[in-house]
Design a protein around this ligand. Structure first.
Ligand SMILES: C[S@@+](CC[C@H](N)C(=O)[O-])C[C@H]1O[C@@H](n2cnc3c(N)ncnc32)[C@H](O)[C@@H]1O
Length: 335
């Protein structure tokens, strides 16, 4: 990132104004760390280019200590325009580039040939994969068009995209992150089935004591709830598509507004992520817990993640033997 900013960014020395935009920012301190890293790199470039220290604006002291920038939040989806034309110099997207604006058509519809019982694109069904890729390509096209409008005019504005991808030919459910999502699906299935057992045992009890009509009523409402629970699991999909490297390159290339300046693996000394059942469960909850809670309710999601951790421990060898995923940094320069 530092290299890209140093070599590729055009500094606007005339206005002295510099704007960074984080698309899909975090809601906590991570947001500021991400922006501060970029500002440090830009200041470094400024120092090298001008031999001077960048000016500090003391008005910014009301914001968290040490920050030398104004900050604003813009509600809206990054698949469309969220900022005025020509309004920023560097945009960053960190671990938000795998979202789609919606689930592909038919994916959550039982009657559709594209119905996908899995809650994500596992990669094993060609037609389902194509539907996800088509949706993702259309969304990323819109996202890049919007950013190209919002970046400063002329060439030189940068988009730094950090994210999670797949190596060519690797299926999502062959990687640890895909397997963890599959554990989540299985956990939600288990919970729906457990409610089914409750319904069955209640029915037995009921037949033994036919006079208790109230319990019968409870049975049928439990059965209805069971159906609803399984329906809920079957009709849920996370709107994301983890693309293969060549797919990402192709989508970006087709959008003629940007040139890929760098496409690099981010290699962490400890591997892609710690292979620990608890950390895997917690990480996935951090990523998708809010989405899941909105659909299933907090209580179910809490129980589901307890089960995910159990499954991850029980089937740990599957995770250990999973195919490697990919963490990337893509540097795009506006043409
Ligand atoms: C995994 S978090 C990453 C947060 C942060 N960028 C980081 O690296 O720590 C993904 C973020 O993308 C946001 N996001 C997803 N789809 C979005 C959209 N269409 N428009 C704006 N933000 C979106 C989510 O709300 C969430 O805050």
């Amino acid at each position: 990132m530092n290299e890209a900013i140093s070599a590729k960014l055009s500094l606007d020395l005339i206005s002295g104004r510099f704007t960074v935009a984080d698309f899909g920012c975090a809601s906590g301190p991570n947001t500021f760390v991400a922006v501060q890293n970029i500002i440090d790199a830009v200041e470094d470039k400024y120092r090298k280019a001008t031999g001077q220290n960048p000016a500090e604006n003391i008005e910014f002291q009301a914001l968290p200590p040490g920050r030398r920038y104004y900050s604003a939040g813009v509600p809206g989806s990054f698949f469309g325009r969220v900022l005025p034309k020509h309004s920023f110099h560097i945009g960053v997207i960190s671990y938000a580039f795998h979202f789609t604006s919606k689930n592909p058509k038919g994916i959550t519809d039982r009657d559709s040939p594209l119905w996908n019982r899995d809650m994500h694109c596992t990669g094993f069904n060609e037609a389902v994969k194509k539907a996800y890729l088509d949706q993702y390509s259309a969304d990323i096209k819109n996202l890049l068009y919007a950013r190209a409008e919002e970046l400063v005019p002329g060439p030189g504005g940068l988009m730094l995209i950090f994210g999670s991808g797949l190596r060519d030919g690797v299926k999502m459910s062959e990687t640890a992150k895909g397997i963890v999502i599959d554990f989540n699906q299985a956990s939600l299935d288990d919970l729906a089935r457990q409610k089914g057992h409750v319904a069955k045992s209640l029915r037995k009890y009921c037949l033994g004591i036919p006079m208790i009509v109230m319990i019968k009523n409870r049975v049928s409402s439990t059965k209805t709830r069971l159906l609803k629970d399984q329906d809920k699991v079957d009709s849920f999909s996370i709107p994301l598509y983890v693309a293969e490297e060549s797919e990402l390159r192709k989508i970006i290339k087709e959008n003629v507004k940007f040139t890929i300046e760098a496409f690099e693996d981010i290699n962490h000394p400890n591997g892609e992520f710690p292979l620990d059942p608890k950390i895997l469960a917690v990480s996935f909850r951090a990523c998708c817990g809010a989405l899941l809670s909105a659909h299933f309710g907090l209580d179910t999601v809490r129980k589901a993640f307890e089960l995910v951790e159990v499954k991850a421990s029980e089937e740990f060898s599957r995770i250990q033997n999973a195919k490697p995923g990919m963490q990337y940094l893509i540097v795009l320069r506006k043409n």
